[in-house]
Design a protein around this ligand. Structure first.
Ligand code: MCN
Ligand code: CUM
Length: 804
């Protein structure tokens, strides 16, 4: 008993796996001591600012910069003509397309970069932007992707005759790609033979990650030693370095990319933006550092949006509700350039996870990418590569099918879930789900909210409404989602040809503390806290004695960065594997010190103990000291390790979310009465950090489902370019959340962990949206598009005849 207590004490002193260790980052963040890109200031530094297009589609007739150049303090005004000799007026996108850095003959969306002003300070640059005279000739605007596919108007004149794009044949001059997965014929047959078929168009509107800190960079070309340093808001610093090298011709060892503290990323900072290229060119030309920081409007109007997927679903089932087939056709509005950031093979990301948590025998998806006069981008905002669109689609289709069948939607889910014993499960669309136990999670969730009691209350409410006793309806929003996170494997996943592995390098210091560097980069996820915990449990040093460093390509091992909730599944695995290499060498050192054979030792929390002789041991601290200070025959001095981890599969976190919402029929106002979120992300590293991720992600889901939207008028004017128009919930509007969990480890991850960062958004959006729909189910509502703001909810009630 005493031994056990003592061991537990040692274990908890490590603050390793499972510990709700406080976030070490927060000391500086809460004291305003974070160091962001805009905090960087260098002697002689210049500032850039963009002239942007007021039109969504126009020819650029002329650009006259003479007045701007005459303004004291203005150093240069760059246009496409200046970049052309360097072949930098266009740049490759991460999706195999190319994008104008500065308007080359025409503009294709409102807010597009037309000219880059470089001046002595930010204010002069802004004043000079006003003085640049651009003459435009307006062209017809296409904002509707369906119309774009029919229209004679050619958006991308540069590729108007190209029959092939980066992802195969193009059907029309505004078409980007068709991408398909699954068995079309068998699916069509199953749908044709089905007893019940539900069909619906599900729209997931265009939205935006809107991180607190907008995008920015400081580029500094040191002409003396030929080194280019780029600080920036980058979610993938190594990729930026490689791309910068390929584009500029500067050898990669002469480029250093640093991501300092990042004030939120949410996918917005994966892409490469014209501002980065222009700042780099301006620094190379002037030989002094150049800073570019966008403002809020620029961030909302011109950087990577998310979603804009029109999903036509057809789901077939037996009368008893057993699903027999699923077909989805997506019309995907990618805006002016295809600047998604998906693995090369997957132009629609992992959308083919659209069979969700259900055992669906045959399925087929096809996605058509389309150009329109809107900002480019297309993959961002806690999305895991289009998984949130897929989850929304299937979770809405299940609800629609439940209506068609006259069935309870919780029961319909239950009878179609993939069963525990079916894992690893091969989905009809080609994925191998690693592990799951959906029934247990579902039952736990339903019980926690007293589902039956809620349905009873809801039925009573409907009756009371009909009797005229209340004007509020009750909606119960159900969701069971399955996520797919942790790209690689390298054999399937690359970005611009770079395989999606990740890495960790560890150095143990002589006194028994350590530094670990990773190929990922935290934007608020708490990596410095949690990766130290993985390592603490692996190597037996306290997490408090381990520094985690990310984001500097001069010191960190090559990695593909942080997005798609891949850090834990990939870099987390690399961390554990590197830790195990440290431990293997430590064992040899301990054996030497204790004068026993390696095999006579066993690992015990923070030390190697001689089997059967517990009083004889060496702690990791003892071993670290010996590694540097004692000559050990046959062993090199030092204690370091590096691991590059190529995951054998992705991880498949899942969850059960339930939202209980009151909806006022007369005003369209809603109130979230209860939100229950059960997440299963396998082995939990830090329950408190997970809870924080869930709170943040569900709040963003609330924003998306209930109000957030990047909207355009028919002229292509962005109507939501400020935070007056773009809904960003504050603490005041954010409901109380109940979090819960089950723990089904990943069988292939070294510590069994799956990602969690995006799960709450993937699961949250359908939960909120289903709650709104469910409130009106008794009155005949089948499908209504998000965002469910008060006006749209009011319109639902109006269309159902619920207003007297
Ligand atoms: N974690 C854990 N146990 C697990 C899984 C994760 O304790 N089983 C912890 C991790 O150690 C990490 C955090 O949870 O500290 C998130 O881990 P993970 O799910 O691996 O996701 P990433 O670290 O790769 O973060 C990316 C993900 C994405 S893609 C978006 S978008 C998003 C998100 O994280 N952007 C965020 N959460 C965010 N949170 C903040 N504060 N800011 C952002 O920009
Ligand atoms: Cu897709 S948003 Mo996150 O992957 O950075």
């Amino acid at each position: 008993m005493k031994d056990l207590d003592e061991r537990e004490e040692r274990r908890s002193a490590l603050k390793g796996l499972g510990c709700s260790r406080k976030r070490v980052e927060d000391v500086r963040f809460t004291q305003g001591k974070g160091h962001y890109v805009d905090d960087i200031s260098m002697p002689g530094m210049l500032h850039g600012d963009f002239v942007r297009s007021p039109y969504a589609h126009a020819r650029v007739v002329s650009i006259d910069a003479s007045k701007a150049l005459a303004l004291p303090g203005v150093v240069a005004v760059l246009t496409a003509k200046d970049l052309e000799p360097l072949s930098l007026h266009w740049m490759p996108t991460l999706a195999g397309d190319k994008q104008m850095v500065l308007a080359d003959g025409k503009v294709l969306f409102q807010g597009q970069e037309v000219a880059f002003v470089v001046a002595k300070d930010r204010y002069i640059a802004a004043d000079a932007v006003e003085l640049v005279e651009v003459e435009y000739e307006e062209l017809p605007v296409l904002v509707d992707p369906f119309e774009a596919l029919q229209s004679d108007v050619v958006l991308r004149e540069d590729i108007k005759d190209a029959k092939e794009g980066a992802h195969g044949p193009r059907k029309h001059h505004n078409h980007i790609f068709t991408w398909e997965e699954g068995n079309a014929e068998a699916t069509e047959q199953a749908i044709g033979a089905a007893e019940v078929v539900a069909e619906e168009m599900i729209y997931y509107h265009r939205t935006h990650p809107c991180p607190l800190e907008p995008c920015g960079t400081v580029a500094s070309m040191d002409k003396v030693n030929g080194k280019l340093t780029i600080w920036g808001t980058f979610q993938a610093p190594h990729v930026v370095r490689t791309v910068a090298s390929l584009l500029s011709g500067i050898e990669e060892h002469n480029i250093r990319v640093v991501s300092p503290d990042i004030g939120g990323g949410f996918g917005n900072k994966v892409g490469v933006y014209p501002g980065y290229v222009c700042a780099i060119v301006a620094s190379i030309v002037t030989g002094v550092p150049v800073k570019w920081i966008e403002d809020r409007m620029e961030n909302l109007m011109a950087t990577a949006f998310a979603r804009d997927y029109w999903m036509k679903g057809r789901i077939a089932a037996t009368k008893e509700g057993k699903i027999t087939a699923l077909d989805v056709h997506v019309t995907a509005d990618h805006g002016a350039f295809d600047a998604c950031a998906d693995p090369t093979k997957f132009p629609a990301g992992f959308f083919h996870i659209v069979t969700g948590s259900y055992d669906i025998p045959v399925a087929h998806v096809a996605v058509d990418g389309v150009y329109t006069n809107k900002a480019p981008g297309g993959v961002a905002y806690r999305c895991s590569f289009r998984v949130t669109e897929a989850a929304y689609c299937i979770e809405r289709m299940i609800e629609v099918l439940a209506i068609e069948l006259g069935m309870d939607a919780a029961e319909l889910r239950r009878i179609n879930f993939i069963k525990k014993e079916q894992f690893p499960y091969q989905s009809a669309l080609g994925w191998e789900y690693d592990s799951g136990d959906y029934h247990t999670a579902w039952d736990k969730a339903l019980k926690a909210v007293d589902y039956e009691g809620l349905r009873k209350e809801q039925a009573e409410r409907v009756e009371a409404f009909k009797r005229g006793e209340t004007r509020k309806l009750l909606g119960i929003g159900l969701t069971h989602f399955t996520e797919i996170v942790g790209a690689g494997p390298v054999k399937n996943c690359d970005i611009l040809g770079m395989g999606m592995f990740d890495s960790c390098e560890i150095r143990i210091h002589p006194t028994g503390s350590a530094i670990a560097r990773l190929g990922t980069i935290s934007q608020g996820q708490g990596h410095a806290t949690t990766f130290a915990q993985i390592l603490a449990s692996e190597i037996g040093l306290s997490a408090d004695s381990i520094t985690i460093e990310e984001g500097d390509t001069d010191t960190a091992p090559y990695g593909l960065g942080t997005y798609g909730s891949r850090s834990t599944p990939v870099a987390g695995a690399a961390t554990a594997m590197a830790g195990r290499k440290i431990r293997a060498k430590a064992q040899m050192i301990a054996a030497y010190l204790l004068e026993v054979h390696d095999d006579d030792l066993e690992w015990d929390v923070d030390r190697f103990v001689v089997k059967g002789a517990p009083e004889r041991f060496k702690t990791m601290k003892d071993i670290a000291y010996a590694a540097y200070n004692q000559a050990i025959p046959g062993l090199e001095p030092g204690l370091e390790a590096v691991s590059y981890y190529d995951p054998p599969n992705m991880t498949y976190p899942f969850g059960a979310y339930i939202c209980v919402m009151e909806v006022d029929v007369d005003t369209g106002e809603w109130e979230v009465r209860q939100f229950y979120a059960l997440d299963d992300c396998g082995t939990r590293i830090n329950p408190m950090v997970i809870e924080g991720q869930v709170h943040g992600g569900v709040t963003e889901a609330l924003a998306i489902a209930m109000g957030q939207e990047i909207a355009y008028d028919e002229m292509g004017n962005c109507k939501t370019g400020t935070l007056m128009d773009f809904y960003l919930p504050t603490a005041w509007e954010t409901p109380n959340y109940t979090t819960d969990f089950t723990e089904t480890p990943s069988p292939h991850h070294p510590i069994g962990a799956k990602g969690v960062g995006e799960s709450p958004n993937v699961g949250g959006v359908p939960a909120f949206s289903n709650a709104v729909h469910d409130a009106f189910r008794a009155f005949g509502l089948r499908q209504s598009h998000m965002p469910h703001d008060h006006w749209r909810i009011w319109k639902i009630a109006q269309s159902l005849g619920l207003h007297q």
